[in-house]
Design a protein around this ligand. Sequence first.
Ligand code: ADP
Ligand code: MG
Length: 311
Amino acid sequence: MAEFDLIRGYFSTLTASRDDVLLGVGDDCALMNPPADRVLAMTQDTLIAGRHFLPATDAESVGHKALAVNLSDLAAMGAEPAWALLSLSLPEADGTWLNGFCRGFAALAGEHGVQLVGGDTCRGGLSITVQLTGFVEPGRALRRDGARPGDLICVTGTLGDAALALRRLLAGEPAGGLRTRLERPAPRVTEGRSLRNLASACIDLSDGLAADLGHICTGSNCAARVLVEKIPLSAEVAAFIEESADWQPVIAGGDDYELCFTVPPDRLAAAGSLPGVACIGEIVAGEGVGFIDRAGGRLPLPVPGYDHFAS
Ligand code: ADP
Ligand code: MG
């Protein structure tokens, strides 16, 4: 398959057309007509086989996740997704793999109104980079630097599912229903949009609660105190902790793609009424993230979140 045929065959009409795209895949650049009354929010994430996903992961899940991790970044800013660029490095032009990848990518793009407008295709180790652009009202983006002492800390969904799934798969054990949480994360775009008037700070959980909440603390010059028994858990993760007393997957596991945000106390009722939101602690003066267990003791701080350049 020639490069041009591959692009035309798989990517030129993969997603539905948006009115604000003047020219999509096929020319030297895509041309867009951005809304006059919005700020653009731009993000990019790369998934490398063997580093960000298990090499045996099915192509449809890879296509889903490559877009999902970027949607999660827009969700964390309260932005509305719009345009994607896709840079693919492939060991070979494998039609079966490409079909699966495109199915996963297109299904999630369709759910969020995203149009694929361009990209790049080359031969090399399997690696996927997606660049995603969205819109947010001026001054309303959810940043990491707005948390203040007294704010409550909330999360969406349940934490630790993906990390426990990865741990089980690496051990050669079945991961059951947790596998979906690892391979097909559901980015919290709707929740992020709903938080625009409520949250004082927000981040998506990609590197684990300790590390990512730590970014809010650093950005906002404050500390966080989290009560671990308030962290929402799936039945599988709750059973795992019951058995092992090991909180690592929950506080240091990556790939949750849930939102962690802070709210001033007078807005907690509104935030708490959003479906699937739980309050897990509070922002205090100082620095760092502390995890308090049921008996009031401090859990040992987890090993830091994943760092590509840590020695
Ligand atoms: P150029 O050499 O001018 O950069 P390419 O030959 O790389 O262009 O790409 C041709 C067209 O196909 C461009 O519009 C580019 O954006 C698009 N394209 C290439 N690869 C992809 C991809 N993986 N997904 C979407 N669009 C792609
Ligand atoms: Mg060109």
